[in-house]
Design a protein around this ligand. Structure first.
Ligand SMILES: Nc1nc2c(c(=O)[nH]1)N[C@H]1C(S)=C(S)[C@@H](COP(=O)(O)OP(=O)(O)OC[C@H]3O[C@@H](n4cnc5c(=O)[nH]c(N)nc54)[C@H](O)[C@@H]3O)O[C@H]1N2
Ligand SMILES: Nc1nc2c(c(=O)[nH]1)N[C@H]1C(S)=C(S)[C@@H](COP(=O)(O)OP(=O)(O)OC[C@H]3O[C@@H](n4cnc5c(=O)[nH]c(N)nc54)[C@H](O)[C@@H]3O)O[C@H]1N2
Ligand SMILES: [Mo]
Length: 746
């Protein structure tokens, strides 16, 4: 049995921070930690939560400490390490052991004869990539993946490289993450980003949190929720699990509270919705609201709907037709709970809705987001203080990467401006998203794979197919800081290119450089690394892209050397392509940076109707066969996506293990399973293929019946390649249909 802790933060968070500082040999007196999230410092390489205008001297959290010590570790995965261990040997290590080798040091090339990676020069690495790219019959055989830690400058150059080469094959971690939010919001409010800013959290009367675990994944958000709770705002959580951070929080940096051990309650209302049941739950809330509107009136904002919205009548009619029993069964919540939640929404004037992966990684991920938009539109809750949608982004610059052109579906206007700025002819044909890229490689249509950060092999669905795809490639290249699975599951030829981390000093011909990032609330600001690089053989991400560009075409058409000699040059070009960045180099000199205009926040609706759009999506009728469960895959407290910092999940009371599955006690009884027993998990995808993950320990947990929880990436083997969200193609990582069988011991 595992049991969630009562309070997040507190002494446990401090103790854990100290543990990681010590384990990674963080040097005493090192000031790096105090530069994180400061105006003259660097952006935390962890999550995308924004920095306050006046950050505390210690504007970091426990998991920020893990992210930083991971980068500043003294351990080195150098050429000696690679000489010692063959790839076959390293492939048998788990993700923790791989990343624990420490920072990558020099460019490495795979040698088929010895099965070892061996050092080569940067020039040779760039030449090899250029030669392989030039050999392709079609530029669309190249795939350029991006993970969201990459800076605006690197991402902008990277998309330029891909488009000059002739492809829009730019899958990105966002495809697996908030793509459903982007698609859902673009269709309804005309922009794929949240409209709220940090100030709005101070003005909101209620904050709804759907499918998010901020205590682990956005710990600095708890500071905001804590002050909202203290001033009496209602916080309403929808989550199958009672996540500790959403229950009570003791701020580890508030000395008074720490000494008196006084935690703040966070959620005023908590609803343990069934996995996949949010659309039904919100529909139920709206049904009650519209019923109340008919009998009492004064609930919905008719003036706002009249002036700003389209599609209200069709939506209201759809809601009217819904059957209460159906909504109750699908959400797993009682009518009384749905009415209670609706009453909070009705009685509080300005409302923010936050969400993350619990909503986006479903078949109906886009519809989930659009139902939140419906809910907000009903009360005119977009484009006024203290109100609006707030998709809480994951990687620290995933939003910025999209803004500057990392997308497989570029807008025509963007391409025209890019073409003009660089005198190129960008391709117009759309490119591959993550799931399309996997299929293309597996079918031999994708032949050169370049990964700008991330860990494509582990993060993606259908592990077996992904591995086959990567192994079929002529060349795989990974621009990385740490050893990971994608380096040991490689193409016929393979390169590892080690890069600088965000906390490190970036010196170019024109002197010390800063990069820029955009947070979850559209603030763009500078990030200045100041640590001595892990080794003097590392290159910056922009310099690596420029190196490939120069090896392909020289400096004649695009002067790559000049672009990277001073990143102001890159930003000047970016500003030419994206007018929203006018005055870029000047604006980032301001502490805190600048806010990118958000049309929906100003009630300008860039949709096909020119209005904010209500959408009458179908509530899915989810029916599982007897014995089947719905499995969500999630993060433990000690991991950053595929990077495993340790084997613990403190808030959920799990210690020293990751191959676990959380089950409801009643389901365990029905299935005849005992506590701590090992089970094999089989998934049942629509393609009819049965995928298996073996040897997971059963733990009973407070989770709704028919629901189960386990960690990713271990469970990605179970996600079928065709199991992805309608319209956004986001893998359904939160809804895997499974059955369990006792592991057979020989
Ligand atoms: N320390 C740390 N920080 C991170 C990351 C990390 O791995 N570690 N990852 C970063 C990234 S890239 C991202 S995208 C974010 C992810 O941040 P989250 O989205 O918070 O991450 P998950 O662990 O996927 O958790 C999803 C939450 O959704 C709930 N959930 C699952 N299914 C459903 C459902 O059907 N309905 C509802 N209502 N809830 C559901 C789960 O119980 C869990 O609480 O965090 C970012 N920050
Ligand atoms: N089943 C399941 N699968 C999921 C999810 C889920 O909830 N469930 N979540 C999905 C989500 S939301 C996301 S965002 C993806 C994440 O997918 P990715 O972004 O591809 O994966 P990460 O684990 O964040 O990447 C870790 C690697 O990044 C490299 N790295 C770290 N810092 C830097 C840097 O500064 N520069 C460079 N170049 N490299 C660096 C290191 O080598 C490290 O090994 O996973 C997705 N996969
Ligand atoms: Mo993410």
């Amino acid at each position: 049995m595992a049991k969630a802790k009562k309070v997040a933060g507190g002494w446990g968070a401090l103790k854990s921070s100290m543990h990681f500082l010590k384990r990674e040999s963080f040097i005493k007196g090192n000031k790096t930690l105090f530069k994180m999230n400061q105006p003259d410092g660097f952006d935390c390489p962890g999550c995308a939560w924004p920095d306050p205008k006046n950050p505390a001297a210690t504007e970091f959290c426990e998991n920020g400490v893990k992210a930083l010590t991971y980068e500043t570790t003294r351990k080195r995965a150098n050429a000696d390490m690679f000489a010692l261990h063959s790839v076959a040997e390293m492939a048998a290590w788990d993700d923790f052991e791989l990343e624990q080798q420490g920072r990558l040091c020099e460019p490495m090339r795979y040698n088929t004869e010895t099965d070892h990676y061996e050092a080569l020069s940067w020039e040779d690495a760039f030449e090899l990539i250029a030669a392989e790219m030039k050999q392709l019959d079609d530029p669309n055989q190249a795939i350029f993946y991006t993970s969201g830690r990459t800076s605006n400058e690197a991402a902008f150059l990277y998309q330029l490289l891909a488009r000059k080469f002739g492809t829009n094959n730019m899958p990105d971690c966002s495809n697996m993450c908030h793509e459903s939010s982007g698609v859902g919001m673009s269709e309804t409010v005309g922009i794929g980003k949240g409209t709220v800013q940090l100030d709005d959290f101070e003005a909101a009367e209620s904050i709804f949190v759907f499918g998010q675990n901020p205590g682990t994944n956005h710990p600095r958000m708890l500071t905001e929720l804590q002050s909202a709770s203290k001033r009496g705002a209602k916080i309403v959580s929808f989550n199958p699990l009672v996540e500790t951070g959403l229950k009570n929080f003791l701020h580890p940096q508030h000395i008074g509270a720490m000494l008196s051990n006084k935690a703040t309650p966070i959620s005023s209302h908590y609803y343990q919705v069934k996995i996949g049941g949010d659309l039904a739950a919100i529909r139920g809330m709206v049904k009650y609201m519209l019923e109340q509107e008919e009998t009492k009136g004064g609930i919905i904002d008719h003036a706002f709907i009249q002036e700003h919205c389209s599609g209200f009548e069709a939506y209201a009619e759809k809601v009217k037709q819904e059957d209460w029993d159906f909504l109750i069964a699908q959400s797993g919540l009682s009518k009384a709970q749905l009415i209670e939640a609706a009453e909070v929404y009705i009685q509080t004037d300005s409302n923010i809705c936050c969400w993350a992966m619990g909503l986006t990684q479903h078949k109906h991920g886009v519809a989930n987001i659009q139902e939140i938009i419906n809910l907000l539109l009903l009360k005119g809750n977009i484009g006024r203080p203290g109100a609006g949608p707030c998709p809480v982004r994951g990687h620290s610059n995933v939003q910025g990467d999209r803004t500057v052109g990392i997308t497989e579906l570029p807008a025509e206007e963007f391409l025209q401006r890019l073409d003009k700025a660089f005198n190129i002819q960008s391709p117009r044909e759309h490119g591959y998203s993550v799931v399309h890229a996997i299929k293309a490689m597996a079918e031999g249509r994708g032949k050169v794979f370049i990964g700008m950060g991330g860990n494509f092999a582990s993060a993606t669905p259908d592990t077996k197919l992904t591995f086959q795809g990567l192994q079929k490639c002529n060349l795989t290249v990974h621009i990385s800081t740490h050893l990971n699975r994608s380096h040991v599951i490689h193409g016929k030829q393979a390169l590892i290119l080690p890069c600088l981390g965000r906390s490190e000093e970036d010196l170019q011909a024109g002197g010390k450089q800063c990069v820029t990032v955009e947070d979850s609330m559209s603030m763009v600001h500078a990030s200045n690394g100041s640590n001595k690089p892990a080794t003097n053989t590392l290159k910056s991400e922009p310099a690596i892209v420029a190196g490939i560009g120069k090896a392909l075409w020289g400096n004649h058409e695009i002067n790559w050397d000049e672009l990277i000699s001073d990143y102001d040059n890159i930003r000047n070009k970016l500003e030419e392509v994206l007018p929203a960045f006018a005055g870029y180099n000047e604006k980032i000199k301001q502490p805190g940076g600048f806010h990118l205009r958000n049309s929906a926040a100003e009630r300008e609706w860039n949709t096909s109707s020119g209005k904010a759009q209500f959408t009458a999506n179908e509530v899915p009728d989810i029916q599982l066969a007897p014995g089947q469960l719905r499995l969500m895959t999630m993060r433990s407290h000690d991991q950053y996506n595929t990077t495993i910092y340790d084997y613990n999940d403190r808030y959920r009371g799990i210690k020293g293990e990751r191959k676990i599955i959380l089950l409801n006690k009643a389901d365990m009884n029905d299935l005849g399973l005992e506590e701590n027993e090992l089970v094999d998990i089989t998934s049942h995808a629509t393609d009819g293929i049965e995928r298996k993950a073996t040897g997971f320990k059963v733990l009973s947990y407070d989770i709704p019946q028919e629901c189960a929880g386990a960690y990713f990436p271990e469970t990605n083997v179970l996600v079928g390649i065709d199991e992805s969200a309608k319209k956004s193609h986001t893998p359904m990582s939160k809804f895997i249909v499974i059955t369990l069988a006792r592991t057979f011991h020989q």
